[in-house]
Design a protein around this ligand. Structure first.
Ligand code: ZN
Length: 294
């Protein structure tokens, strides 16, 4: 079986009240990159943050962590597009455009969510929504504009699918030759009141794998927002999928609030139990069809 790619979702917008190990300054992110690569990771996904941890979207807010990651590792870099915290359309990729011709700053991968979904958290205990108006909107018009730019810039989109219609739109973008093979799909699961993705169950995962485009080469990874990924991790690994995990998504009280590197080591152990080896960053590039860094 092909080697396992481990992508680490190091921070998202998590603060340190639950898990104190969430990195966000450039120095912290650089150190994190070194540690997770040593543990077995090949891709790092990060959100740019201000010194107090709040969301930040200035060019330097993105550039400084990228420089730190490059200085400390060979990891492929997947920065966020600023999700709903930043303005509309092409402004969301202005940092990617700005870095695309810089050898150090150009990212290998950029997340793209080919669909729209409600992202309010439901508080099960109190039977109420924490917020009730949050919609993550990605119109086809936006997706076409983004994928046209990524194709022109030579940056691979990670197709983050929250449900089956996202997969169908991703397949359409592949049919339009806006996304090259192999498609890199991220199957988003949601727990802890995050209702916008599939449950992190065998059935939730199976629905995704059943709907991968049949006539296309694709690689896929699983993540879980606001919940534990381990209930489906072994199954994903045994089926040839990849893993995207991190304390940015979930604090992991089950593992006593671990570091990201600790989570990676746990995934490497799981992979060993089914005889699957872990890809180096160079091998992960090969699997995803991304050119080596010269
Ligand atoms: Zn993210």
């Amino acid at each position: 079986m092909k080697k396992l790619i481990i992508e680490v979702r190091i921070n998202e917008y998590a603060m340190r009240d639950e898990n104190p190990h969430v990195p966000w300054t450039p120095d912290e992110i650089g150190r994190e990159a070194r540690e997770i690569q040593e543990a077995g990771a090949s891709i790092v996904h990060f959100h740019a943050r201000a010194a107090d941890g709040s969301p930040a979207h200035g060019l330097e807010d993105y550039a400084a962590p990228i420089r730190a990651i490059r200085a400390n590792s060979d990891l492929m870099i997947n920065p966020t597009l600023g999700q709903i915290t930043k303005g509309g359309k092409l402004e969301r990729i202005s940092h990617i455009e700005a870095f695309a011709h810089d050898h150090i700053l150009k990212p290998e991968i950029v997340g793209l969510d080919p669909g729209s979904t409600n992202i309010d958290i439901f508080d099960q205990q109190n039977r109420r929504f924490v917020t009730d108006g949050k919609v993550y909107v990605n119109a086809h018009e936006t997706l076409i504009a983004f994928t046209e730019r990524f194709r022109a810039l030579g940056i691979k989109p990670a197709l983050a699918c929250w449900s089956i219609p996202f997969l169908r739109s991703a397949a359409a973008l592949m049919d339009m030759e806006l996304v090259a093979e192999p498609g890199y799909f991220l199957f988003v699961h949601g727990e802890g009141g995050q209702l916008g993705g599939h449950p992190a169950t065998a059935e939730g995962l199976r629905a995704y794998t059943d709907h991968l485009p049949k006539n296309r080469q694709s690689e896929w990874a699983v993540c879980c927002k606001s919940g534990n990924l381990f209930p489906i991790a072994l199954s994903a690994i045994a089926q040839g999928g990849h893993i995207a995990i991190g304390i940015g998504d979930y604090a992991y009280p089950e593992l006593d609030y671990p570091t990201n590197a600790h989570l990676v080591r746990e995934i490497v152990k799981l992979a060993k139990t089914v005889g699957r080896e872990v890809a180096t960053p160079a091998e992960a590039r090969g699997i995803l069809g991304i050119r080596p860094r010269s």
